[in-house]
Design a protein around this ligand. Structure first.
Ligand code: SD4
Length: 291
């Protein structure tokens, strides 16, 4: 069976995955595919964890994080950016048009504006209302995610067999101002090695970062594990940590390898991922640890 084009993305993201798959089917690169796919969710105001409409930090500011990796092992990221919707595209410009890999906050926003991105208000009425409701108690608990729509991490293989990936998020709702999670961090929310495969994460970023989750998965695949086995070992690494109550939080991983095999695994139920393979776009319910 032909393994390409192949796209995999976190959560129930059929339109984003279809958009990426179309880029690939028209002969586009995996890098263009993941960027275009992620932009769909950034523009989707209903998704309250990505782009416009994302839930704000506890001060009411929506701040976005994103990164991208190409098949040559290049990486670009922007962290804690306000008022710019398509941060995945800004991350790509950091990768391709600066001598750096990471820009944060004000500097990232200035760079985006210099590249023609427009400033806009990212806080929608619905997200503002949710924040105002949250403020009534201001109780901060990382919430186990039972939504089917969240931070998008996406991996793709193009017709030349090259792999790229991207990850974009508004981070955890009601986070502390300045907080950044795993999503824009290389090896945390995303890692791609074109010789081996790629991985991406969603869920409580602090736990992903402490185990360097996406890098771990790619390195496990390098050692011969399948994408599925590698995702399971990476989740195991989190849940077996001493003193960690994994019952209070969710982490989900997706992975693919150079052979076009895929995997996904999470701590809890309700994680799913969308896959485009052999001309079909499917949402797959992830297997999970806490049964
Ligand atoms: C973060 N991993 O900022 C992101 C949030 C997320 O589903 O994935 N939410 O920690």
């Amino acid at each position: 069976t032909p393994i390409r084009p192949l796209v995999i993305a976190t959560w129930d993201t059929p339109l984003a995955v279809e958009t990426a798959a179309k880029v690939l089917e028209n002969g586009g690169s995996a890098l263009d595919a993941v960027e275009q796919g992620c932009r769909i969710e950034e523009a989707n105001e209903k998704g309250q964890s990505v782009g416009k409409g994302g839930l704000p930090d506890r001060d009411g500011n929506v701040t976005l994080d994103a990164c991208i990796m190409d098949s040559k092992g290049n990486y670009g990221a922007v962290l804690a950016v306000k008022n710019i919707k398509h941060v995945v595209s800004v991350a790509r410009k950091v990768m391709e048009e600066t001598p750096h890999v990471m820009l944060v906050g004000e500097g990232a926003q200035q760079f985006a504006i210099s590249k023609g991105f427009e400033k806009e208000d990212l806080l929608t009425e619905a997200s503002k209302k949710a924040w105002e409701k949250w403020k009534e108690t201001s109780e901060y608990k990382p919430i186990i995610n039972i939504e089917n729509h969240d931070t998008i991490g996406m991996l793709a293989i193009d017709k030349d067999g090259n792999i790229s990936g991207a990850c974009t998020t508004s981070g955890l709702a009601y986070k502390m101002a300045g907080r950044v999670g795993d999503s824009p961090i290389i090896g945390g929310g995303l890692f791609v090695d074109n010789e081996i495969g790629g991985a991406s994460a969603t869920g409580l970023g602090e736990e992903v970062l402490k185990t360097v989750g996406s890098f771990l998965i790619v390195e496990l695949m390098r050692q011969g594990k399948s994408p599925q086995e590698a995702c399971e070992i990476a989740i195991d690494r989190i849940v077996k940590k001493p003193g960690k109550n994994f019952k209070d939080f969710q982490v989900g991983y997706i992975a693919l390898n150079k052979q076009g095999e895929i995997g996904g695994y999470s701590i809890h139920e309700w994680f799913s991922y969308n896959v485009y393979q052999n001309g079909e776009n499917k949402n797959i319910k992830s297997d999970f640890y806490n049964k």
